[in-house]
Design a protein around this ligand. Sequence first.
Ligand SMILES: *Cc1c(COP(=O)(O)O)cnc(C)c1O
Length: 372
Amino acid sequence: MEFIDLKAQYQLLEEKIDQRIKKVLKHGRYIMGPEVFELEEKLAEYCGVKHAITVANGTDALQLSLMALGIGPGDAVITTTFSFFASAEVISLVGAIPIFVDIEEDTFNICPEKLEQTILKYSDSADFKVKAVIAVDLFGLPADYTKIEPLCKEHGLFLIEDAAQSFGASIKDRKACSFGDIATTSFFPAKPLGCYGDGGAVFTGSDELAEMVKSLRVHGMGKDKYDNVRIGMNSRLDTIQAAVLLEKIKNVENEIECRNKNAKNYNSRLNKCFHVPFSPEGFMSAIAQYTVKVEAERRQEVLGNLGGQDIPAQIYYNKPIHLLDAFSSLQLVKGLYPVAEKLSNEVFSIPVHAYLEADQQERVIEALLGVQ
Ligand SMILES: *Cc1c(COP(=O)(O)O)cnc(C)c1O
């Protein structure tokens, strides 16, 4: 059993993907070829956003967003402490200060009430100016933008949606990648829309921000790439990866439906023995991960039992970001963000991918119920 079965997915799409890649090899425009622009149109249309700009990976997408918003030294950016490291790493990378906020116990996402308290707490800091919020759609579930968007507007803060795990998710009729001033996603192979290498994209409704990101991803280009008008990056999506994504995006809805069906089945079978994931009314998760909670003392036993039966499981995340060594200079001690700290000892994720067979899922369920 695979944790995420990329081989089964390739088998399904093999002929079409191979043809698309071959077309690129024949026309030879490996950098910024026509597939890149075709994909950008498809992405924008799918997410209901005016501009989609492809880039080299999801981390660069976040960094380019901060750069486009003009965030740097002297600024601070607020984000969740329960995410992949990159969500906070980019804040330091542009020279700003990361400020963390705790999460909601039931959704794993940034807590809007604690976010508001944090905004107020630092609103007249003499050391830095809080400029933006990076909210993360963890495990595929959009953060609560019904509260976060108005909050950021009220306090004059930019909002960035880190939708690396939530491509295809939605809140009512709004798709992930459409919230805030700028949204970002990742096409890392294991994400809801993955390519066969690294890739990412930035989304925005603003013409100015879109122009800025397009310039920044090609060395701060002006009218052409040898007319450099600002310090930028080299962060383009390969044409071959765009070709792969053009085929895979056609299958994305179908895969999300399968993962939601698998999640629903897990929910009904596991909810007596584990805390199963929760989606608020009107929220549709992309189910990038199916993450359950068990008392910290029992997690090792449960994982050992799964491992013993060759069932793959993962822990996302073993440590909240504020306790990672890379941020030790911020001196953020244990106890500051109790919900994230507690959940990092309780969570584990099990296979939920779209190609999981019914008998495989049954095996996972029985293994989990067996240790009760
Ligand atoms: C994967 C991920 C990223 C980074 O994406 P890469 O393409 O690997 O650089 C950023 N944020 C979150 C929440 C992620 O899961």
